[in-house]
Design a binder for this molecule. Structure first.
Ligand code: SAH
Ligand code: SF4
Length: 354
């Protein structure tokens, strides 16, 4: 029937900011407070079916059902770690792509690690997502839906999402607008109300994106994937370094610290025989001297088809010792859920190979 739009033409409510939803509802001739009510149903009560939004007039519920939807993602695979604390889910998007989301449960925290793109154009050679090429950006709705999925699952167990890290597939600062919209929507006090400081963006080092982040918000956490302390080595491990070399990157990080007063987290994936020498550690100390930061050392998670291996434990500890002696705060992070292929992009690879 011509007057019944196809689902593809309907609006994903999760793609709208609160102002956009308010405008839509106003265009329909409804009072503005209806937008707040809808927002609460979607982001606070975690409902998707307009029929359940019982304080809305029947006509509005009908219109919502005809012209909008709440973009839920379909689960295609789930793996849980042996200790039950880490869970990874592969979702199918509406266009049949596969994305991954990870839940990490700690004593006082439930952290959701979300994807920002399908695939990634950067192509870091140790990263499973990087091997899969770039497909497309995720929408704000698809990013939020990953968090809402776990918000709902945790709510069933009387718990809730406490932190969101943009460390799944893709480069969040190359999809800035959608990432930022999702963060603002999830932060909105009428909905999920997740504190702005509970979000962290992990970037490979997109300098204009870091600058924009520092300008937009003084609150969102920044993690930078460093992986090497000089340009020659970083060009190999992180190809975007050719566009944004270390000097520019560090300058942007200093700007972020100045603007926000928050420390930067540097991720350093240790690769046996590649970036794990005493010399690399000493250069890292030099590079980061005087910057408010913290370094996470992560033994690289082997990816099928990639030659990279994690260093032996003694080498990791020696690397850490040099950093700590150089007054660089450092933690060794054993990557959670290695046995569930929680490395970036690995589950998608498995799903696509089936
Ligand atoms: N594109 C962003 C965020 C997604 S990747 C970025 O690169 O920061 C999230 C983190 O996982 C990054 O620090 C990335 O370097 C790291 N990573 C990717 N593959 C890895 C692997 N095989 N072993 C260890 N860390 C890995
Ligand atoms: Fe992309 Fe990050 Fe993977 Fe590099 S590590 S390929 S930037 S997702």
């Amino acid at each position: 029937m011509a007057d019944k739009p196809m689902p593809a033409e309907r609006i994903d409510l999760l793609d709208l900011s609160r102002e956009e939803l308010t405008r839509l509802v106003a265009d329909w001739g409804e009072p503005r407070f209806r937008a707040t009510q809808i927002w609460r149903w979607v982001y606070h009560s975690l409902k998707a079916d307009p029929e359940e939004m019982v304080n809305l007039p029947h006509t509005l519920r009908e219109r919502l059902a005809q012209e909008t939807y709440v973009g839920r993602l379909r689960v295609v695979d789930t793996i849980t770690s042996e200790d039950g604390l880490t869970e990874k889910v592969a979702f199918a998007t509406r266009d049949g792509q596969v994305i991954e989301t990870v839940l990490m449960r700690y004593t006082n925290r439930n952290t959701v690690c979300v994807s920002s793109q399908i695939g990634c154009a950067i192509g870091c050679p140790f990263c499973a997502t990087g091997q899969q090429g770039f497909v497309r950006n995720l929408t704000a709705g698809e990013i939020s839906a990953q968090v809402l999925y776990y918000a709902q699952k945790l709510a069933e167990r009387g718990a809730h999402v406490t932190n969101v890290v943009m460390m799944g597939m893709g480069e969040p600062l190359l999809n800035f607008d959608a990432v930022w919209k999702a963060i603002r929507n999830l932060n909105d006090g009428e909905g999920l109300a997740l504190g702005i400081r509970r979000f962290t963006i992990s970037t490979v080092g997109i300098v204009p994106g870091i600058e924009r982040l520092a300008q937009e918000s003084s609150e969102v956490g920044l993690a930078v994937s460093l992986h090497a302390p000089d340009d020659a080595l970083r060009n190999q491990l992180v190809p975007i370094n050719r566009h944004y070399p270390l000097e520019q990157l560090l300058k942007a990080c200093r700007f972020y610290v100045e603007r926000t007063g928050r420390r930067v987290t540097f991720e350093y994936a240790l690769v046996n025989g590649v970036n794990d020498s005493d010399e690399c550690a000493a250069k890292t100390v030099e590079l980061l001297r005087g910057l408010l930061c913290h370094v996470n050392l992560i033994p690289v998670n082997p990816v099928p088809g990639c030659p990279y291996e994690p260093p032996p434990r003694a080498r990791i500890l020696r690397f850490q010792e040099i950093l700590v002696k150089g007054k660089v705060q450092t933690t060794v992070r054993l990557r959670r859920g290695v046995e569930i292929e929680a490395g970036c992009g690995q589950l998608r690879g498995r799903v696509l190979a089936q």
